[in-house]
Design a protein around this ligand. Structure first.
Ligand code: NAD
Length: 274
């Protein structure tokens, strides 16, 4: 059970990557997915849910993180293969290499999940340096262009591109100006790309989570913000990653065959306009 993070160490919950009662029905049988940021948080939950649904996964992650082995263990515990590809998605050549390695290992690629992102809270626009701006846009949005460009020549008909946006794209965030701007860009990128790829029978959709309890949160905010995290939404708590991942399973499978250019909003009940 999720406990709202308090100031005491033992009150801070461990993110839950899969619910005990979630069982797959091979919705993604023998599909191959590449998932950026799949070592941690939402990306790890997506990797594990895909494995439960009988897909193999390539997990792309920033090499300074050490959690990738845990994702691999979890994926393998469901009898599926997990390829770990450390590197920086803001580097186009690395994205090309990640796709090459995935194809070498698995022989095909069916699902691209653009999920890696970073955020650097600030109190004023005056604090944002040129370097930070470029960094945030490179990781959060340029990377999506790079990975899609690398993957597209290899994607078969009925394949899926799924991008992680955020509720901040819609309701804004005073302390995450650059981050929320990149998430707005993710939404319009998703809509535009879906129209461009419709003739190839490739589906492009996004997920825009609300507050999710992942390692990104305590790493980004001070104790006060962490203790209030998620309380503002109607459900009055942050989600666990395991509550977000099923939206990706739906978008990656046949059940979403009449959806492209859309955004799913697992956000604790916030009403979204636009
Ligand atoms: P997380 O920090 O747990 O995971 C993000 C992962 O992205 C990192 O572990 C890292 O490996 C990877 N990454 C970061 N920079 C990278 C780079 N340059 N190259 C390669 N990999 C890189 O965070 P999370 O909360 O699971 O976030 C996942 C996605 O969900 C992000 O797009 C985030 O913006 C989005 N999101 C999160 C929340 C939330 O409340 N946690 C809400 C809405 C949207």
């Amino acid at each position: 059970q999720l406990v709202q993070p308090g100031l005491e160490e033992e009150m801070i919950p461990t993110p839950c990557y899969i619910d005990a009662d979630y069982s797959g029905s091979e919705k993604l049988k023998d599909k191959v997915a590449i998932i950026t940021g799949g070592d941690s948080g939402i990306g790890r939950a997506v990797a594990v849910h895909f494995a439960v649904e009988a897909a193999d996964v390539a997990v792309v992650y920033l090499d300074e993180h050490e959690d990738a082995q845990k994702t691999r263990q979890l994926v393998e515990s469901y009898g599926r293969h997990c390829l770990l590809i450390p590197g920086d998605v803001s580097d186009e050549r690395f994205c090309q290499q990640a796709v090459r390695e995935t194809l070498q290992q698995f022989g095909k690629l069916d699902i691209v999940v653009n999920n890696a992102a970073q955020q650097y809270p600030q109190t004023s626009i005056m604090e944002i340096s040129q370097r930070q701006l470029e960094h945030t846009f490179r990781i959060n949005i340029f990377s999506m262009f790079y990975l899609v460009k690398a993957a597209l020549p290899h994607l078969p008909k009925k394949s899926h591109i799924i991008n992680t946006a955020s509720v901040t794209a819609y309701r804004g965030s005073p302390e995450l100006l650059d981050y929320s701007a990149t998430k707005g860009a993710v939404v319009s990128f998703t809509r535009s790309l879906s129209k461009q790829l419709v003739h190839k029978d490739i589906y492009v959709n996004a997920v825009a989570p609300g507050p999710v309890w992942t390692p990104l949160i305590p790493a980004s905010f001070d104790e006060q913000k962490v203790s209030e995290f998620g309380l503002q939404v109607p459900l009055k708590r942050p989600a666990q990653p395991s509550e977000i991942a099923p939206a990706y399973v739906f978008l990656a499978g046949q059940s979403s065959s009449y959806m492209t250019g859309q955004v799913i909003h697992p956000n604790g009940g916030e009403i979204i306009n636009g």
